[in-house]
Each structure stands twice: as C-alpha cells, then as structure tokens.
Design a protein around this ligand. Structure first.
Ligand code: FES
Ligand SMILES: [Fe+2]
Length: 451
C-alpha cells in the first residue's frame, strides 16, 4: 500500500520553517491550516502505528469493533484462527460502510447497499444476484475482499496497526518506551483488560492540542483543575515544581510520559478508597515486578501520549484516542483499563472514579475542553496567528544519563514534570514525519535537544 502521495506543499514548508523547537517556538497555523492537516493524514496517520483497541474487547472469534485510523474507518475482527484482522470499513463495490455498529459479535459482514458479504478474514464470500457476476468476464472474488491494514501487532494486550508496510515493527516503533508502558500494562502477572463500553465525545479543537496536553502538560494541572481537585481531593493539587519534588519528563521516539514518583497522586483524585487501598496493598508486588522507581509510577501524578494520538493517565486509568475530524475538530474515544486479576469491586470503583473525573461530565474533562477549543480557535485570526506560541519551559533541563538511577528511566529524560520538553519532542517527531518522504527518512529518535 502506498501511503505517500505528495511532496510537502510550499504553504506547509513555510509554516514548519516558522517553528523553532530548539528555541521553544511553534507557529499557530499548525493547528489551523488545511494543507498541514491533509499532510498529517498522509504522513502521520497513514504511516504511524495507531492504537486500535485492547485484546479484551475481542474475546472470541467473530468479536469485532470499529474505530478510526486518521479519517479512515477500520473494522477490527477476531478471526476464526484466533488472530486479529483489521480492514478498511468500506465496501470495495461502491464504498459503503460495511459495518455500521461500534462493537459486537458476528459470523461475517453484509453490505447494506447491494449485499456483498465478507468473512471474518475480510474475504468476499458472496453477492446478491450472484449469477450476474458469474456471467461477468474476469470477475475475481479473491481480489475483492476488504482492504487489510499493512501491519498489525499487539503489545501486552494493546492492539496497534499501521497502513504503512515500510513502517518499522511495532517493537521498534515503541522502542525503550515499553519500559514505561509496563508500569501500567505489566504491574500484575495476569495483565490488563478494558472494562466494558466506551464513551465518544466531540471537541472543537485540533487533535495535537489534546495530545500535547497528555504528552507533557503537568503545568496546567494545578491551575486548570484547581476547582476539580478541591471537589475530589478536598485540597489543591500539590505544587509540582516545588524544590525537592522528584519528577521528570521522559520521551522515546516522540512517545511521552511526564510523572512524579508519589505512587498514588492521580489515583487519589478518583475519590474511590478501594482504588487507593488496592494500590497500597499491592505496592510490594509492584516493586518486585517493576523495581522501586516504576512501582512509584503506577498511580502517580502523570500523563502519557503514545505518538501520535493515543493517551492515558496512570492512576486514573482513562485510555483515549484523539481522532482527527478536520483541523479544528477532534472525536474523543475513551475507555477504562484495569488489572484483570483485580477484585470486581476495585474494577467497579475504578470505572466509577474515571467517569466522575474523565468523562464528558467528569470534573477534570470539562475543565480542559474549553481551553483547547479556544486555543485552536484563536489561530483563525489573521493577525493573531502571526504571533508564535511559547514552548520554551525547561529548555536545558535534560538529565545526563549518569545522573539517573542506574538501569532506570531510558530515553530522553528531563528534570521536572513541569516542563515543555515532551511537547517539543512530540512536535519534533511530528515535523520530521511531515517532511520525510518515507520511513527511511525518519530519524530513529527525534529528540535532538542538547543538555
Ligand atoms: S456498496 Fe457494498 S455492495 Fe454495493
Ligand atoms: Fe487537564
């Protein structure tokens, strides 16, 4: 499958030239420009590994879900052979959507328009008025199945796919970031699952504003969410940049994790004692499995973005994708992740707490939406968008490897979670992908920031 169609339009090149990430400057048109957006669909979303779902959502042959890779809708299916397939959810006949529901179980899929039917492996299995096709010369059923993704793989329960056959394998794409992912995905030998159901909502913002917020914006937490924290914690969010606070930003290949080592700070905001009891009771087990440093990250004040648009919050355990729907529109899909072996009351408490905080009516989710919408909207102003944005917080804060705990915290690590280092890394990766003709031109790790 070819995923590169064009060169970089002059307009996009000019916008990228006005971004200077080494100085922490970003041009506002990155959130507004249609040509930037179209190039993102081609060179970011049709090229990167994207999150499709959790294996627990596809428990048996015929289990399926529909989701988005960029603006391409895909049908993700547990095949009869036990493997997972993902195909464009568009009929090869006239393009109609083949599956119109979000999730379920099926023996196959029948297009609503002219009745072409497809197996769980995506093959064309039958047609309405089949005799007419039988008389049609060269009608080759075998070539008219649903179009599969180029590569699909899983990492500890999470299912990812890419449309680009030339993309590096998932293990390489994630790289050393798996050290951090294991904090949440592998703190228990029985692994994780999504609790049933998901929530979708729409935001009038650019997808990157949401993604960068999770990549590294600890700065907004105590301010934007001050009243939410009062409501759930009964006190303000602690000063995250206070002297002596042990906190970092880390990134690998544009994937970002900002965190401190307080063990339960995020989880505490759920206002669910069962969740805190569970985390505290299992602290020793986490330490045996992950080591001391990571055991203190399981529920800590932290946020994560797996490049480009898959985010989650350790502790609150809300998992989400920011699905692009145009430069100024984002569809948010959210799920709640729990340890499979956790007691049911703990799973229920986690789900309830996540809904109280990070759902469309959750106290924290509501705080963020308006800020992101107005940040996006301001770039519509001709004069306003000539003014660069400030991403310079924490320039020069990179931690030399020999000052980090031995064998811990791989990747590019920066002192202090109140920092823009991760956002700069995310936009470096983004910019490198936009200008690269193919994966062969994409450097292995975008974070060239000097100490
Ligand atoms: S569009 Fe699907 S059968 Fe015609
Ligand atoms: Fe927020």
């Amino acid at each position: 499958m070819s995923t590169t169609e064009s060169r970089v339009p002059d307009e996009v090149a000019a916008i990228l030239a006005r971004c200077d990430l080494d100085q922490g400057r970003l041009d506002r048109s990155v959130f507004r420009d249609r040509a930037v957006y179209e190039l993102e669909l081609e060179r970011v979303f049709a090229r990167c590994w994207l999150f499709l779902g959790h294996e627990s959502q596809l428990p048996r042959p015929g289990s399926f879900l529909t989701t988005w890779m960029g603006e391409d809708q895909v049908l993700v299916v547990r095949r009869r052979d036990g493997g997972i397939g993902a195909y464009l959810n568009s009929c090869p006949h006239r393009g109609n959507r083949v599956c119109t529901t979000e999730a379920g179980t099926a023996r196959g899929f029948v297009c609503n328009y002219h009745g072409w039917s497809f197996g769980l492996d995506g093959a064309l299995t039958g047609m309405h008025e089949a005799q007419a096709y039988a008389r049609t010369p060269d009608f080759d059923r075998a070539r008219l199945g649903l179009t599969p993704v180029a590569q699909l793989d899983t990492y500890k329960g999470l299912v990812f796919a890419t449309f680009d056959a030339a993309a590096p394998p998932l293990a390489e794409y994630l790289g050393a970031f798996t050290y951090y992912l294991d904090v949440i995905l592998d703190n228990d030998p029985d692994g994780t699952e999504f609790v049933g159901g998901s929530i979708r909502s729409v935001l009038s913002c650019n997808w990157k504003i949401a993604a960068e917020n999770f990549a590294g914006d600890a700065l907004h937490a105590g301010w934007t969410h001050a009243s939410g924290a009062q409501a759930t914690l009964g006190r303000a969010v602690p000063d995250l940049s206070a002297e002596g606070t042990e906190s970092y930003q880390a990134n690998v290949n544009g994937h970002c994790w900002e965190f401190n080592l307080d063990a339960v700070g995020n989880a505490a905001t759920l206002h669910e004692p069962r969740v805190l009891e569970y985390l505290r009771a299992n602290r020793e087990r986490f330490r045996d499995r992950l080591g001391d440093v990571r055991s203190r990250m399981v529920g800590s004040i932290s946020s994560v973005n797996v490049f480009p648009n898959f985010s989650f919050l350790p502790g609150q355990n809300t998992f989400r994708t920011w699905v692009p729907k145009g430069p100024d529109r984002t569809e948010l899909h959210t799920w709640v992740l729990v340890n499979r072996a956790a007691p049911q009351e703990v799973k229920d408490a986690w789900r309830k707490g996540a809904m109280m905080t990070f759902s469309p009516s959750g106290v924290f989710e509501m705080d963020d939406g308006e800020n992101w919408e107005l940040s996006t909207r301001s770039a519509a102003g001709f004069v306003t968008r000539q003014q660069p944005l400030h991403y310079a917080l924490g320039l020069g804060s990179r931690v030399p490897r020999d000052e980090l705990p031995p064998g811990e915290l791989p990747g590019n690590v920066f002192r202090g979670q109140v920092n823009d280092a991760n956002q700069r890394a995310m936009y470096r990766r983004w910019s490198q992908l936009l200008t690269a003709e193919s994966w062969a031109d994409v450097p292995p790790d975008p974070d060239g920031e000097q100490p």
